[in-house]
Design a protein. Structure first.
Length: 278
């Protein structure tokens, strides 16, 4: 059951640093099949068939709401219309809510919060089938917290340029992806798999992330429900607040680790090979 939550701005505990990106996909772009072979080199310059077209505006310090997602999409739709460009089959816009510091990062299980909005011309393409990180040698699933459908207002240019069908969702995003060679991709329910959203490394991470010896989520570690709810309430408004954690194998689930001292000499990790390993 959908549960709406109104969160007044004056209750925000602290401003959150947000990274907002738009992914624009041309109608004739070739599909990237799930079974296509991946490059085996650990550091290829471009191991993916398509390039994500994320556009990163200046960092924001406002609550993320359904309306802010609407406004960003509408701005891009108007820009596309002004250029007399054709409509797209689908459009994705997302915002990443980042932990403030190492302590909060660890309390969240070494995750950030991905707020993802997808608009399509075809109803059969939603709900999203999968969201994941494609890496040169493997895929890492993005854990879904919840998603909600809504219709696009027919008066908006978004309706014309991107479609009438919309889905908003919350996901636990492995924050260390900023340091990796990876690409955030989506599989729609029909017609399209491997839809590229953004390429990593993004060079948009906070400085403290690079100082950690191991920034990857530990196998099975999740934030507590209370901590996740607090984080979502502080950074969003108008979305349902989750009442449960993402589904993982019960035997693999464990509390997020307590913050631990880091070595003086920072080093950048090289692989996500142990992420979600049972």
């Amino acid at each position: 059951m959908r549960m709406e939550h109104d969160h007044p701005r004056d209750r925000v505990r602290r401003p959150l640093r947000l990274l907002a990106l738009v992914a624009t996909v041309a109608m004739a772009a070739p599909a990237l099949g799930q079974n296509n072979p991946l490059g085996q080199s650990p550091t290829p310059p471009r191991p993916f068939q398509e390039k994500g077209s994320g556009i990163s505006p200046a960092p924001q310090r406002a609550l993320v709401t359904p309306q802010t997602q609407t406004d960003k999409l509408e701005a891009w739709a108007k820009g596309r219309e002004e250029k007399q460009a054709p409509p797209l089959k689908h459009q994705a816009y997302y915002t990443i809510l980042e932990p403030d510091d190492v302590a909060e990062f660890n309390a969240l299980g070494r995750y950030a919060l991905l707020v993802l909005t997808v608009v399509t011309q075809s109803a059969e393409e939603l709900p999203l089938k999968r969201v994941y990180l494609r890496m040169p040698d493997r895929e890492v699933p993005i854990l879904k917290i919840g998603s909600w459908r809504r219709n696009v207002d027919q008066k908006l240019v978004t309706y014309k340029m991107y479609g009438p069908y919309r889905e908003d969702g919350f996901y636990l995003f492995p924050f260390s992806a900023h340091l990796r060679i990876a690409q955030l991709q989506l599989d729609l329910a029909a017609n399209r798999s491997g839809l590229p959203v953004i390429d990593f490394p993004s060079q948009a991470e906070p400085d403290w992330l690079r100082t950690l010896q191991n920034p990857d989520p530990l196998p099975g570690a999740l934030p507590t429900l209370r901590k996740l709810q607090q984080f979502i309430k502080a950074g969003t408004s108008g979305f349902p607040i989750p009442t449960s954690l993402p589904q993982v194998a019960p035997e693999a689930r464990r509390p997020a680790p307590e913050p631990s001292p880091q070595p003086d000499e920072a080093r950048k990790p090289t692989a996500l090979k142990d992420l979600f390993k049972k």
